[in-house]
Design a protein around this ligand. Structure first.
Ligand code: BTX
Length: 328
């Protein structure tokens, strides 16, 4: 660990207390002018340092820069994000998460990047991941439940995102089954769940989450302008990434534990409260066949429940059905 890292750690462990230059120089084994120099460097990086004569220093403000350190301080979780890899630029955090998982990374390991050059969606679609303006992250999960339950993790993640966007940012998000978070019909956030399993056992899940945060509408590429939105576009203000990420992680951890203990029931209720077009007719495409159906909600296992025009109920599992607003 660097001297600078240690200095930040010592100061952040004593949030309400001044630490004298003398004490810090002893603990870090550097001279007092060197301590002072480090403080100046921290200020340059956006830390708010209060220096009081004869008392010493304390940190009063952390920079809104996403890093392993800034995300860790004040992160209120037991296991999620306790191991963390932050990079400025990556191809895809999914890719890194798979690599780390195969090397044995712990349950709850988080991979997060400021920018993805090849962010991906489902079926090799691309996910636009502009530098610094969004949250692009992947979690490694090692659940003990059977592989067939893994799609429920997607719905769980969707409810957590909707819950946090509502509470943290005051918007009214909707979840389009199975994995899109929308506001006013435009996509704010996407979820990609990838499973590695064998012999009826989950080896690991990589849960990827992409959130458009501080994009203004003209920052999206031409082909996304009509279908994408961001928290900034929806609320008219910029959002600090760090506290939003911390809130997402602690809420996800809490809801994940409820899910493991109580099953899908609690997720189902919350999901349906945010469900997009429940009770409305939509046009569904399955195997190139188009038909109209009323969305009824989700099943006890997360599948989509619909009723066709003849009154017959259908349960849809494939994540690859397409549906859009119906004609009726
Ligand atoms: P999806 O296949 O449901 O959606 C992908 C589609 O969404 C694209 O074809 C495009 O039309 C649209 N789209 C692409 N980028 C954006 C964007 N920034 N905002 C709104 N719409 C967009 C959704 O897949 C799953 C996305 C997961 C992304 C995360 S980010 C961290 C992790 N790493 C990674 O490479 N992917 C995941």
């Amino acid at each position: 660990e660097t001297t600078r890292g240690k200095l930040i750690e010592i100061l952040s462990n004593h949030p309400d207390q001044y630490l004298s230059g003398q004490k810090l120089s002893e603990q870090l084994n550097i001279s007092r002018p060197a301590v002072w120099k480090h403080m100046k460097e921290l200020e340059k990086d956006g830390y708010g340092i209060e220096a009081a004569p004869r008392k010493g220093y304390k940190i009063v403000n952390y920079p809104d820069k996403v890093s392993e350190n800034t995300l860790s301080w004040g992160l209120n979780t037991a296991w999620l994000g306790q191991e963390m890899i932050h990079k400025q630029s990556v191809t895809s955090t999914q890719l890194i998460a798979h690599q780390e998982a195969q090397l044995g990374a712990a349950h709850g390991t988080l991979i997060i990047a400021d920018e993805q050059t090849r962010g991906r969606g489902r079926l090799n679609r691309t996910w636009h991941s502009q530098k610094g303006d969004g949250i692009w992250m992947s979690m490694i999960l090692r659940p003990k439940f059977e592989p067939h339950k893994s799609p429920q993790i997607t719905l769980l993640a969707a409810t957590v995102l909707a819950e946090v966007f509502k509470k943290h940012c005051g918007i009214a998000p909707q979840i389009k089954w199975p994995n899109d978070i929308l506001t006013e019909g435009k996509k704010l956030s996407g979820i990609l769940t990838e499973l590695q399993a064998e012999h009826d056992q989950i080896n690991y899940i990589v849960l990827g989450i992409g959130i458009n945060v501080n994009h203004s509408s003209d920052q999206f590429p031409e082909d996304l302008k009509d279908q994408a939105t961001s928290l900034k576009v929806e609320t008219g203000q910029e959002w600090e990434l760090k506290s939003l990420i911390q809130n997402l992680l602690s809420t996800f951890e809490k809801r994940y534990e409820e899910f493991v203990e109580e099953g899908f029931r609690s997720v189902k209720l919350r999901w349906e409260a945010f469900g997009y077009r429940i009770g409305e007719y939509v046009t569904i495409t399955t195997h190139q066949h188009e038909w109209n159906a009323l969305i009824m909600g989700i099943e006890h296992d997360g599948a989509l429940k619909v009723r066709d025009e003849d009154g017959k109920e259908h349960v849809l599992y494939s994540a690859e059905i397409k549906w859009r607003r119906g004609e009726k």
